[in-house]
Design a protein around this ligand. Structure first.
Ligand code: PPE
Length: 305
């Protein structure tokens, strides 16, 4: 475990982990004003490589644009800083957290008089939803909390403030003995997990909610679309009622941290046979083969360190 050690890139310079601090009156601390990314770097036979770095950086800049934050680095500079962060910390496999936030300047809701600061941290991070879950799957509940309605908190932005909603979903699930929660959107359709997109399989077709269901447009989600097409599996975006999940053959979560995690129970109802299903296994295996460099990088998704 390397969390808590090494160097953090902080606004153009590397500093010691313990020195990467900010004033407690920074705007971000009081008003949640940050945007961030999470990406993973995997060991491959040709060396370590970051999965879909460009897509993550594009989403970071999109999130910043929505919140009128001017990032004082070009995308190329940011990408180079990410690669450097993995190199200086000598990490073979890691999770990388680039983020942009409003720092110390003036108190008050108006964010515009505060500096926009950038940082990148990296550390080793194993299976997000528990050890062995990629195989054995997890048990989840439908959250009593909904995802934000359209025109409230923009769900296309990966913004710090959105994760207060995620925290409510997660705490409720954990305290009730589940591994994770699934939130519905404000119309009652299935949206996503606290930090994952959701997919279901029925009669050989894969379904997932559209971006209009208050989801974060996941990069893993996009990768699953591309891989399903490669494998000639039908995949569709559909509004999904909650009960469609109960009667699905298979359900799984996707995300950078969660990768492809099977869901075997929802609200204590067994999904399909109650084990990782064949379609989930196929998609998961193909996904893992690509990011571990075990098959040709046919979509140019890997950036070698
Ligand atoms: N929805 C939400 C709300 C979300 O936070 C994530 C990623 C996704 C979907 C999947 O997106 P993508 O990673 O691009 O496939 N959640 C990140 C944060 C996890 C955390 O606890 O921090 C992640 O997986 O990195």
């Amino acid at each position: 475990m390397t969390f808590g050690k090494g160097k953090i890139w902080y606004d153009g310079k590397f500093v010691e982990w313990s020195e990467a601090t900010t004033h407690i009156l920074s705007h971000v601390i009081h008003y949640g004003s940050s945007v961030f990314e999470g990406m993973r770097c995997y060991k491959t036979p040709k060396g370590s490589a970051i999965f879909r770095m460009k897509a993550h950086i594009d989403r970071l800049y999109d999130s910043a644009k929505i919140y009128r934050m001017e990032i004082p680095f070009s995308k190329e500079e940011f990408c180079n800083a990410i690669l450097e962060t993995v190199r200086v910390n000598e990490l073979e496999e890691c999770y990388i957290r680039p983020f942009v936030f409003r720092g110390y300047g003036k108190m008050g809701v108006n964010p515009l008089d505060n500096p926009v600061l950038c940082a990148i941290a990296a550390w080793e991070w194993g299976e997000y939803l528990g050890e062995g879950v990629l195989k054995k799957g997890i048990s989840v509940r439908i959250s009593s909390w909904n995802r934000p309605a359209p025109n409230t908190f923009p769900s296309l932005a990966k913004a710090g403030g959105n994760y207060l909603n995620s925290q409510l979903i997660k705490m409720e699930a954990i305290q009730d003995g589940f591994d994770e929660g699934i939130a519905l959107d404000s119309y009652g359709y299935v949206s996503e997990g606290s930090g994952e997109n959701i997919f279901m399989v029925r009669n050989g077709v894969i379904f997932t909610p559209p971006t209009s269901s208050s989801i974060l447009p996941g990069i893993t989600r996009h990768s699953i679309f591309v891989l399903a097409r490669d494998l000639k599996i039908r995949i569709e975006q559909h509004l999904l009622p909650r009960e469609a999940l109960y009667i699905a053959d298979e359900v799984f979560f996707t995300g950078t941290a969660a990768e492809v995690t099977p869901i075997t129970k929802i609200d204590n109802i067994t999904i399909g046979k109650g084990v990782r299903g064949p379609m989930t296994e196929r998609i998961q295996a193909e996904f893992l083969r690509i990011l571990r460099g075990e098959t040709e990088d046919r979509h140019n998704w890997l950036t070698y360190i």
